[in-house]
Ligand binder design. Structure first.
Ligand code: NAP
Length: 306
């Protein structure tokens, strides 16, 4: 589909795109860009890219598809630098977890004749770096594209096809709606995880070693999410401020209702709210977005290891 793909950022998402694009035979050549010399050396060693450059300008030369796979806070400087060097007719996209503000950082630097269509694959893990990627990451997951009204229909159709061939389902929405949906499905859950882990770490009457020792009671599932990359998540909250604050307001109201139910021993309310929440878990599984195996499949994995 493309003669040369340039991945700006070769971490979990960049390396997974490389694996999945190779699996489906979508690109002739893949080059990349990363800051750390170790990342560049490792990306070449793993065969994720033919060549990893320190300067994004070198990476985009001759590329007909460019995908920004860095934390969104880096976009503005990268777009400023690469804008004048993008190939006429090329498609430039991204994978950032926030859309409206990062699009505003990129769009002014894209020359006429280059097609900018932002995107976000709703797939990931808590791991980072070039070793973290795998070809199956996007299989059966959704990729949201957020084209502007001015987007070229042929370029949009080509990018949609690219993501389908990487294994994803594709949905189109506005950047603002994306940011609202992701605030509640991803950003606030991460904030809650970061917060509960830190709350537990700062207790005086329960020791850190007790928190860790007895974490199978539920705490450990939050630690997985809270192990996500701090720079990426810093940038998410700096760039999706309004939607996150709105959803946090709703969350705080609902938390207060739960607090009241506990204080006044209102068992009926607690049971009703927990029953409603349980039904959502069943819907997530029915939609193929998680495994139905108990304990997230850990029990089965342990049995297999023995
Ligand atoms: P990651 O594993 O930490 O990788 C980030 C990569 O970007 C690294 O190769 C890093 O290079 C490079 N980088 C950072 N700043 C750069 C700059 N100024 N110029 C060039 N390269 C730069 O991160 P990730 O998880 O793949 O996330 C990348 C993007 O995907 C983020 O925007 C995130 O919001 C989005 N996303 C993440 C997930 C997820 O679950 N992780 C899911 C969907 C979307 P060095 O190694 O040299 O620092």
């Amino acid at each position: 589909m493309f003669k040369r793909l340039a991945l700006i950022g070769i971490g979990l998402i960049g390396s997974s795109i490389s694996h999945a694009a190779r699996r489906a035979g979508l690109v002739g050549d893949i080059v990349g860009c990363a800051i750390a010399p170790e990342t560049r050396a490792r990306a070449e060693e793993l065969g994720l890219v033919r060549k990893a450059y320190a300067d994004p300008v070198d990476a985009v030369k001759g590329a007909d598809l460019v995908i920004l796979c860095t934390p969104v806070g880096a976009y503005k400087k990268i777009a400023e630098a690469i804008g004048p060097h993008l190939e006429p007719g090329a498609i430039i996209s991204d994978v950032g977890s926030v859309k409206a503000a990062p699009i505003n950082d990129i769009a002014p630097h894209i020359p006429a004749g280059v097609h900018f269509i932002a995107g976000h694959p709703i797939a990931g893990t808590e791991q980072s770096g070039p070793d973290a990627g795998f070809a199956e990451l996007f299989d059966g997951r959704w990729c949201i594209l957020t084209p502007t009204d001015a987007a070229d229909p042929a370029a949009l159709a080509k990018l949609e096809e690219f993501w389908r061939k990487l294994g994803s389902n594709v949905e189109i929405m506005t950047p603002e709606h994306h940011d609202m949906v992701l605030a509640i499905t991803s950003h606030v859950p991460h904030l809650i995880a970061y917060n509960i882990v830190n709350t537990a770490a700062h207790l005086e009457r329960v020791t850190d070693s007790e928190v860790i020792k007895f974490s199978a009671g539920g705490f450990r599932d939050f630690t997985r999410i809270a192990a996500s990359d701090p720079v990426m998540w810093r940038d998410v909250f700096l760039n999706n401020k309004d939607a996150v604050l709105e959803m946090l307001g709703r969350f705080a109201e609902d938390l207060t209702a739960l607090q009241r139910a506990i204080r006044f021993a209102d068992g009926d309310t607690l049971q009703r709210l927990f029953t409603e929440a349980r039904a959502i878990r069943r819907e997530v599984i029915q939609a193929g977005q998680d495994t139905a195996q108990p304990d997230f499949g850990r029990t089965a994995a342990r049995a297999k290891d023995k």
